[in-house]
Design a protein around this ligand. Structure first.
Ligand code: GN1
Ligand code: MG
Length: 362
C-alpha cells in the first residue's frame, strides 16, 4: 500500500510522537494498523474504514461515539475503568471523529487497550462461556441507550433486503459464474420460506429490535489475562436490530470446529459443548431482559445468521468478489461451502440446541 501511514497518524490527537504504523489482523472489510509511539505514550489502532460498505462513514463514527460514551458512564458508575472497559475514539486534529485524506478515504483512530488478549477461536468451553457473558453484558449496557443511531447499513442482517440483492445479482450474473453454482443456489432457495417466516416476526414487532453489535466474532472481544471479557470492540456495525443476530453470529463463529474457509469440509461442524457454554454465559447476562419470543428463537438465530452468511459469500462470488477481500479466485465459493457444511450441522443438532436453551431458562 503506497500510503504515508505516519502522515495519516499525525492527523490525529495522539499523545507522543509516532514511531511506527504497521498492519494488524485480517479484517475482511477495513484495513487495520497499529500505531506505536515513542517512550511511554500509548499505542493506537488506526483504521481505513471501508466507505463502500459503511455509508456515510461520519454517521457511523457518531454511532460508535454514542455507544462508547454511554458504556463509559455506566462502567464508571459501576466502579470500573472506562479507559479499559470501553473503546476510546481519538479525534482528528480538527476535532472530527475521522480524517478524510486527499483520495477521499476515511481514517479513524482509537486507543489500543494494553494487556488484553484477542482470540481467533473459542478453544475451550470456558472461553465460550466468557464470550457469551461479554456479548450479553454488552447488550445489557446499551439496552437503555436513548440517542438514536443512524442506520448506515440498511438491511445488514435483514433477509428480505438480502433476497432483493440476491435476486438482482442472480438476474445479472455479471461474471458468468451462476451456471457453475446451481447446487449452491438451491441451498439458498430451498430455505427461503423458513427464513422469511422468521424475519416477518421481526418486521411485525413480535421480536423486538434493540441496539445490537451485529459482528460478534470472538476476535471482536478483548479478554483480560484471567479470561474474563474486558471490552467489546469493532463497533462499526452497531445498529437497531434484533439482538438475536448477535447470538446467532457468535454461535456461527464460536462453535465452528473448522475454519470459515476450510477446504476440508470434514473439519467443519457445530460443537455442542461450545454452544452450551456460550448460551449459558449469554443467558446469565441477557436472560433478564430477553422476551419469551426472543428466547424461543435463540437457537434459530444460529441457523438464520449462518444461512445468511452462506448467502452473502455465494452472492459475492456470483457478483465477482466485490465485497469481501479474497485471497484466491474461488475464495468466496470455498467460504460458501464451508459455511453451508456448518449450517447443515446446526440443522442436524437444532432440536438439541433448543433443548439446551430450554434447560438454561427454566
Ligand atoms: C466481515 O470485517 P470483519 O471480518 O469484521 C463482515 C461480517 C461477516 C464477516 C465474515 C461489515 O467482518 O458481517 O460476518 O466478515 N462485516 C461486514 O467473517 O460486512
Ligand atoms: Mg470485525
Amino acid at each position: 500500500m503506497n500510503i504515508n501511514l505516519i502522515k495519516i497518524a499525525n492527523q490525529f490527537q495522539l499523545a507522543g510522537k509516532v514511531k511506527s504504523v504497521t498492519p494488524l489482523g485480517e479484517g475482511f472489510i477495513n484495513d487495520t494498523f497499529i500505531i506505536k509511539t515513542e517512550g511511554n505514550s500509548p499505542k493506537y489502532i488506526l483504521q481505513r474504514k471501508n466507505k463502500k460498505v459503511f455509508s456515510p462513514v461520519p454517521a457511523m463514527m457518531e454511532n460508535i461515539q454514542k455507544v462508547c460514551d454511554h458504556i463509559k458512564v455506566k462502567v464508571k458508575t459501576a466502579g470500573g475503568d472506562p479507559m479499559r472497559e470501553a473503546m476510546t475514539i481519538i479525534p482528528a486534529n480538527d476535532g472530527k471523529l475521522y480524517f478524510l485524506d486527499e483520495v477521499e478515504e476515511y481514517w479513524a483512530v482509537c486507543l489500543f487497550i494494553e494487556d488484553t488478549i484477542a482470540y481467533e477461536a473459542a478453544e475451550t468451553p470456558e472461553l465460550a462461556y466468557s464470550g457469551g457473558r461479554g456479548i450479553g453484558k454488552f447488550q445489557s449496557l446499551v439496552s437503555d441507550l436513548k440517542e438514536p443511531l443512524t442506520d448506515i447499513l440498511p438491511g445488514f442482517h435483514n433477509i428480505r433486503i438480502r433476497y432483493e440483492q440476491w435476486d438482482a445479482v442472480l438476474k445479472k450474473d455479471p461474471v458468468g459464474r451462476k451456471a457453475k453454482v446451481a447446487d449452491e443456489i438451491s441451498w439458498i432457495e430451498s430455505r427461503r420460506e423458513e427464513m422469511m417466516n422468521f424475519w416477518q416476526l421481526v418486521e411485525n414487532g413480535t421480536i423486538p429490535t434493540r441496539v445490537s453489535h451485529n459482528d460478534t466474532k470472538i476476535n471482536n472481544i478483548l479478554f483480560d489475562k484471567k479470561g474474563e471479557v474486558l471490552c467489546v470492540i469493532d463497533l462499526d456495525t452497531v445498529l437497531n436490530s434484533t439482538v438475536l443476530n448477535d447470538f446467532g453470529d457468535a454461535i456461527r463463529f464460536y462453535t465452528n470446529t473448522g475454519k470459515e474457509d476450510d477446504t476440508n469440509l470434514d473439519n467443519v461442524s457445530m460443537n455442542m459443548e461450545i454452544f452450551t457454554a456460550f448460551a449459558k454465559g449469554y443467558l446469565e447476562e441477557a436472560g433478564s431482559f430477553l422476551t419469551e419470543k426472543e428466547i424461543e428463537y435463540l437457537a434459530f438465530s444460529a441457523k438464520y445468521i449462518t444461512y445468511e452468511q452462506v448467502l452473502r459469500f455465494l452472492m459475492d462470488y456470483i457478483d465477482g468478489d466485490n465485497y469481501y477481500k479474497t485471497k484466491s479466485e474461488d475464495h468466496n465459493l470455498v467460504r460458501t461451502r464451508a459455511q453451508y457444511k456448518l449450517l447443515t450441522s446446526i440443522e442436524e443438532q437444532y432440536d438439541a440446541m433448543k433443548k439446551v436453551v430450554k434447560e438454561l431458562t427454566s
